[in-house]
Design a protein around this ligand. Sequence first.
Ligand code: EPU
Length: 438
Amino acid sequence: MDKFVIRGGNPLLGTIKVSGAKNSALPCMAAAILTADEVILENIPQVRDIETERKLLTSMGAEVELGYGRAQHRTSIQCAVLSDPVAKYEIVKTMRASSLVLGPLIARTGIARVAMPGGCAIGGRPIDLHIKALEQMGATITYDHGYLEARSPQNGEGRLKGTHIVFDKITVTGTEDILMAATLAEGETILENCAREPEVTDLAALLIAMGASIDGAGTSTIRVQGVENLHGARYRINPDRIEAGTFLIAGAITGGDLMVDCCDPAHLGSLIAKLEQAGVRLDLGTDSIRVRSEGAGGSGSTALKAVDISTEEYPGFPTDMQAQFMALATQSEGTSTITENIFENRFMHVNELIRMGANITVTGRTATVRGKSPLQSAAVMCSDLRASAALVLAALVADGESILDRVYHIDRGYERLEEKLRGVGAQIRRMGDVFGRK
Ligand code: EPU
C-alpha cells in the first residue's frame, strides 16, 4: 500500500491547476447509458473512482475508450448494447456512487440489477430515496441475495412514468439518478427538494446536449419532459470545486502565495466567505483565485482567526471541505466550532489531528478546535477521501516528517496530488510498500 512522506514547513508558492470534478464526471459517465450513441467527455480527472466507473460500464457491455497523450483527460463511452445490465457487488462495494447507474439502466433497458451498497466510513449512506422515487415512476423493486432488481412497468417492457416527486431529504446522487431516469420517462416529471450542487447542473447540461428537455437544474425544482430517445454528445466537465478548495486551504495554512488556476470561483462562495473571515487574502479572477496568508506565523492583523462553520447542502458550506477547514482551524487563533450536518460519522480525521498535536474535542455533531497548536509530524492513517486531504494539509505545516498510510483513499478523488503539491514547493513523495505484499 502506498504512503506519502511529507516534510512540513514550506510555504506553497506558484500556480497549481485544478482538474475536472470527480463528482460531475461520475454521473456524466453514467448518463452515457441512456443512449446507444457515443458520448465524449472532456476534462475527466484521472482518479481511482473514475477508473472504477469505467470498469463498471465495461462490465455491462459498454465500450469505453480513454484518450492518451494530450487527450488523456478525454473519455468516450458507447453503450450500443448493454448485454449485462448489472452493477456487481465487487465493483459497488468499492464505490458507493455506483448506485448512479440504477436510474439510467432501468430507463434505457427496462431492468437493472444493482448490488446494494453497504455503509461506508462516513456513515450509513442509504439509497432509499432513489428507490422510492423510482417506485413512484412505476418501477417494481425486488431484493435477492444483496441485489436490488428494478423493472419498469409491464415487467420491464414499458417506460417509466413521469410523476411528481418530492425528495424527503436533499440528496445529490439521488437527484442525479432520478433526473437521468426522468429524461426517458413518459410525460412530465417534476422533482422537488432537489440538490442544487453545481454537479447536478453539470449533469443536466450534458443531458440537454444529449437531447433531454430539462428546466430548473441548479434550483430546488426541476421539470423534465420525457423524450423517447437521447443521442450522443460531446461535453466538458466543470472544474472540481473541492480540489480547488483544498488547494486554497493549502495556500492559506502554509503561509503561501498560490494561484489556484482553472477553477470556478462562483462555485466556492461559502468557502471563500469563511476564508476571508479567517483573515486569508483572496483575489478572485474569472477562472482562478490567488490565495495569500502568513499562515500560523502571522500575528495581529495578519494572524489566521478562528471562525465557526456548519456544513449544509449547496450553496452552504460543503461537507466535503469540513475536514480540510478543521486542519486550518488548528492553525488559527481562538476557538472554532465545526458542525457536521450532512453525514453522521465524518470526524475520523479528528483523532489523527490530535495525534499531531491539535486541541480538538467532539460533542455529538460538533468539533471544538482550540488554536493555534504547533503540529508535530507523526505516522497517521488515512480513512476516507476528505479526511485524508486534511491530514496532508496538517502534515504540510507539521514540524518534521509525517508518514500518511493508505493513500489509496486520496487517489480515489485527487489527481496526482503529490505531483501537483510538489510543483508549488511542498516536500512530499510517494512511497510504495517497502516490504511488499505477503
Ligand atoms: N440519504 C438518505 N437516503 C438516500 C440518499 C441520501 O438518507 O437515499 C442521506 C445520506 O445518508 C446523507 C444525506 O442524505 O446523510 C446526503 O447524502 P447525499 O445523497 O447527498 O450524498 P451522496 O449523493 O451519496 C454526494 C457526493 C459526496 C458528498 C455528498 C454531499 C458524489 C459521488 N458524492 O454523495 O462526495 O459528500 O454528495 O455533498 O457526488 C466525496 O467526494 O468525498 C464525497 C463523499
